[in-house]
Structure formats: structure tokens, C-alpha cells
Design a protein around this ligand. Structure first.
Ligand code: ADP
Length: 534
């Protein structure tokens, strides 16, 4: 017997319309690419997004067509999302930090017909566009740069703000985002309206982001990175004021926005927050309105969690997720009693809406004893079931997606990511977690960034090398670095060599790029300073 409730398609256009109807005067604030901070309301945003929809329709864009964006977080970028998705076209977010070859591949693979781009990306696009099928560039700025294409304002000029959004199946594709591709070419994750709406409801749970109409949200995490962690959906869904930093994500610019706009909540990767914490400590800047930040996308070093809480009274919620999970997977919000100290730095528990398990090599579930790491797998309404344009099945017999991460789950349900499968270091048949060592070393006050990789070793197959970038003006010895690990890891995990480097390469989403670190040390012979430790 079917229930007798309405069939109300879960499509994302309803989110912005909800904001327009019930929180129409709430602001979307942007640090514009031109420089000044500009303000508009959700009402204006919905109206401008519809004018863009009409301009896209006039260009011949229809349901299922791919429209790309290549830009930082701005109100126009948000209008591009809703203007595209509202008419059933697919919004493909491109990462402006990608290599031109990779960008050309992705644009070609997705079959993008039109690109809305920031003018700062003009040189990049000049190198890429001739190799693609893109018909039109729309510049997300007041005026077009000296490059082919039309300015956003000219594109939507004369268009009506009446446009029927939605009216299609909730399973219709809404967004496309390519993962950086740990092996082989990048792979396209194709979000649906339904998955985005359900993901929005998951993100809004009190134990996840806990957003409300009283919040002012600084969306630092880029909109081209895994759905912008859903913030362009969850903020309008509750009428939170949304603050978009544009291209300037340096600590001083972020502090100015936080204090100028009264930001209460923010989200970003650890590298951004690490730099911000350093800035606060060095300058004495205070952020009195900021209550909560979600840090994820890479391991959040314990020192960052403690530093924000103890010195600045800001709650850090550590989270794990990935492009394929929309991206929310788990978030660490302690129980009422504050949680056990051992749980404080883990990645956290899943909200309702996603199921997780760890399995062995044969896909058999492993116990939640906090000690047995295995393959972390996910199943849920906002988890990928296949990649765009690829035939291979990616789910196991139980319908779980293998995240490629290795994790242990403790009896209280807290997930700890011990590594990415491909970053584990295999020494003498046993595994060493690079992530865990990096987290400990990053806590050293002189350390800015740390990366641990495995290098070939004649006796043990692989042994760890620790590369460290010190903070400006600091000096330290390899022994200082190893002292941090003393007693905190198994002795045989101790890196064989510590190398101080001027720079540790970051990937396009601001995380340490292990592929590049490995490439840099290719052929390097480990000079074992800790030969006796095993
Ligand atoms: P990529 O980093 O390849 O661009 P994603 O942005 O989807 O792809 O990143 C997802 C990956 O980032 C996860 O599979 C995991 O390896 C890593 N990650 C995300 N959050 C955390 C975290 N809190 N701790 C450790 N690793 C994390």
C-alpha cells in the first residue's frame, strides 16, 4: 500500500526559492574580484539567477546540457549554479588550479557547451579552449577581460526574471565534479537534485554543521571543491547570511570578512585554518563572533583543534568526506560529556543518511574495536553509484562504495582515518600510517607542513621519509622532529630520514599533493638515521 502524501520533487531550485520567499532580505556578501565588498539579498540572487536561466535558454542550453563554471566563491558563481540547475541543465564546477591539460581533458569528457569563468582564469582558458568544444564563455565579472566571451551582466541584460524552474524528476543530474584522480584520469561525480537536497538536510543536522537563520557563514571552501561542502545549498535552506571570499583567502582578508560581517560559522581545509591560526597568534587578532568551524578534506592536526579552542574559544569540528560522498561522511561532535580524550581528534561519526563500514580485503565487515583498520566503505542517498561516462561498477555486492581510505571505527562509533590506501607505507609486511605521523609532526610549533612518503628499501620493501617545511625563520634538527614521535608511535614507524624542504607542493584543493612529493623524491636513497629503531 502506498502512502497518501504529496510527491514533492526534491529539486535544488526550491531551496533558493525558499530563501527568497521566507528570508528574502538576508544577504549574500561577496568580496568581489574587482575589490570592493558587494551585497545583495537572497531575493535579488533568485531574480538574477532566473535572468541567467533565461539567457542560457536563449543560447539554446536545455535539460541535460553541461554548463561549466571556473571561478572562486562569489554571488555570480552562486547564480550560475542555480541558473543552470533550475532549468535541468548540469552545472559542472571546474577547478581553476588544475593544469591546462587536465582541464582540457575534463571539459572534453564532460562535453561542456558553455563556461562561466572568472577573468583571472582568462590566461588558463586561452590555453585550454581551442582544444575543446565550448561554444561560449561568460565572464563572471562587471566587465569582460581582453579575451573572447561576454560579460555576465551583458549576457543577462534584458532577460526577464520570470522562469519556470524545476518540474523535472528529482533524480535529474544537477552537478558534475571531477575528483583529482588518485589513479588514472580524473573521474566525474554526477550529483542529482535529490542527492543534493538530501545532502543539504544531512549537513544541517545539529551534530554536523548546525546552521540556522541566526548564522553568518563564511564559505571558504571553494565551490569547485566537492559541492562547496554543500554550503551554497544549506545556507539559503535556513536563511543564513552567506559571505563569499572571492579569490582572497589569505588570513588577513579572511579576518577582515569575519569581523566585518559578524561571521559565526566557517568551513575549510586544514592548510587555510593553519595559516589563520598562525596569523591570530602572531597579530593578536580576535574573532569574537566566530563560534564554530568545520575542518576537513585532509587530516586536521590536533594542534589546530586545541589551538582554536584553548586560545580563541572557537569550536573545531573535524570532518571527513570526499567528492563521491557529496562530500559529507563523518563529523566529530563530542557527546554531552565532552567525549573521551582519545576520540577528540578522530574524524567523527556519520549523520543519519550515510552508512559506513570497514571491511577486510574480501569485503567482510571488521569489528568496531578501534584497533582493526580496514577499507572504509560508504552507502547512502548522496554517495556515488558510478562515475560519469564510465562503465565499470564501483559498488561491492552489498552496494557499498570503497572510499579508498583506510579507517578504524571504535566502539562508540568514531571513525579514524588511518590513511589513504595508496599512501600507506608497507614496511616488512606491516603498514605504517603516513597520516598519523604527519599529524604529530604538524603539532611541533616550528613546523608549517609535514609529508610522509614511503621509499623503496632493500630489506623492508618501503621505509618512511619525513619531509618538513618549517615556519619562516625557524630552524630545527631531524632529532627535534623525531622527538615529537617518541612514545607516540610504534618505534618501527619512525621515519628513516627527515628532510627539511623549502616547499611542500599543495594540490589544487589545498591539500598536500603526495604524488608530487613522491615524484620529487623518486630515486632518492634513504640515508637511515634511525636504522637501529626497528
Ligand atoms: P582529492 O583529495 O583526491 O581531490 P577529495 O577532495 O574527494 O579528493 O578528497 C577526499 C579524500 O581526502 C578522502 O578520501 C581522504 O583521503 C581525504 N580526507 C578528507 N577528509 C579527511 C580527514 N579529515 N582526515 C584525513 N583524510 C581526509
Amino acid at each position: 500500500m502506498h502512502g497518501l502524501m504529496q510527491d514533492w520533487p526534491l529539486t535544488v531550485d526550491r531551496i533558493l526559492d525558499h530563501a527568497r520567499d521566507w528570508h528574502g532580505g538576508r544577504q549574500v556578501v561577496t568580496r568581489s574580484l574587482e575589490g570592493p565588498i558587494v551585497r545583495q539579498t537572497y531575493d535579488e540572487t533568485a531574480s538574477r539567477a532566473r535572468r541567467l536561466s533565461n539567457a542560457l535558454l536563449a543560447h539554446g542550453i536545455g535539460p541535460g546540457d553541461r554548463v561549466a563554471t571556473l571561478g572562486f566563491n562569489t554571488a555570480r558563481h552562486m547564480e550560475a549554479w542555480y541558473g543552470t540547475m533550475g532549468i535541468g541543465a548540469v552545472c559542472h564546477t571546474l577547478n581553476p588550479r588544475l593544469h591546462p591539460d587536465q582541464l582540457a581533458y575534463i571539459i572534453g569528457h564532460a562535453g561542456d557547451r558553455l563556461i562561466l569563468a572568472d577573468p583571472v582564469a582568462a590566461p588558463l582558458l586561452a590555453a585550454v579552449l581551442p582544444r575543446t568544444q565550448v561554444e561560449q564563455v561568460v565572464w563572471m565579472a562587471d566587465a569582460a577581460p581582453d579575451a573572447p566571451g561576454i560579460a555576465f551582466e551583458d549576457f543577462i541584460a534584458g532577460q526577464s526574471d520570470a522562469c519556470a524552474w524545476g518540474g523535472f524528476d528529482e533524480r535529474t543530474a544537477a552537478g558534475l565534479c571531477y575528483t583529482s584522480g588518485t589513479t588514472g584520469e580524473p573521474k566525474g561525480v554526477l550529483y542529482s537534485h535529490r542527492s543534493n537536497v538530501l545532502h543539504t538536510l544531512m549537513v544541517l543536522q545539529a551534530d554536523v554543521m548546525d546552521l540556522s537563520a541566526r548564522d553568518v557563514v563564511l564559505a571558504v571552501v571553494p565551490m569547485f571543491h566537492a559541492n562547496g561542502w554543500g554550503l551554497p545549498f544549506s545556507c539559503p535552506a535556513v536563511g543564513a547570511k552567506l559571505v563569499l571570499p572571492g579569490v582572497k583567502m589569505d588570513p588577513a582578508s579572511l579576518c577582515e570578512l569575519i569581523n566585518g560581517e559578524g561571521v559565526t560559522f566557517s568551513a575549510a581545509v586544514p592548510t587555510i585554518w593553519g595559516a589563520l591560526l598562525q596569523h591570530l597568534d602572531a597579530t593578536g587578532t580576535k574573532l569574537p563572533t566566530l563560534k564554530r568551524v568545520v575542518i576537513g578534506g585532509a587530516l586536521c592536526p590536533p594542534a589546530l583543534i586545541d589551538g582554536f579552542r584553548d586560545r580563541h574559544g572557537i569550536e573545531v569540528r573535524h570532518g571527513w568526506g570526499m567528492t563521491e560522498t557529496s562530500p559529507l561522511g563523518v563529523v566529530n561532535t563530542p557527546d554531552a560529556d565532552g567525549g573521551a580524550p582519545a576520540q577528540r581528534y578522530k574524524q567523527g561519526r556519520p549523520p543519519f543518511g550515510i552508512e559506513l563500514r570497514v571491511t577486510d580485503e574480501d569485503d567482510r565487515p571488521l569489528p568496531h574495536d578501534g584497533r582493526t583498520p580496514g577499507k572504509l566503505k560508504a552507502r547512502g542517498a548522496a554517495v556515488s553509484e558510478a562515475y560519469y561516462g564510465l562503465e565499470e561498477p564501483i559498488l561491492d555486492a552489498d552496494g557499498f562504495f570503497d572510499t579508498g581510505d583506510i579507517a578504524a571505527i571504535d566502539p562508540a562509533g568514531f571513525v579514524q582515518i588511518t590513511d589513504r590506501a595508496k599512501d600507506l607505507i608497507k614496511s616488512g609486511g606491516e603498514w605504517i600510517s603516513s597520516v598519523e605521523i604527519e599529524g604529530l609532526v604538524a603539532a611541533h610549533p616550528k613546523v608549517e607542513l609535514a609529508a610522509v612518503i614511503g621509499l623503496p628499501h632493500p630489506r623492508w620493501d618501503e621505509r618512511p621519509l619525513l619531509a618538513v617545511k618549517l615556519r619562516p625563520g625557524e630552524a630545527a634538527s631531524p632529532e627535534d622532529m623525531l622527538a615529537v614521535l617518541e612514545g607516540r608511535i610504534a618505534r618501527w614507524w619512525t621515519p628513516d630520514e627527515v628532510v627539511f624542504v623549502d616547499d611542500i607542493p599543495l594540490g589544487p584543493t589545498g591539500k598536500v599533493d603526495k604524488k608530487l612529493v613522491r615524484a620529487r623524491f623518486e630515486g632518492h636513497k634513504l640515508s637511515s638515521i634511525t636504522e637501529t629503531t626497528r
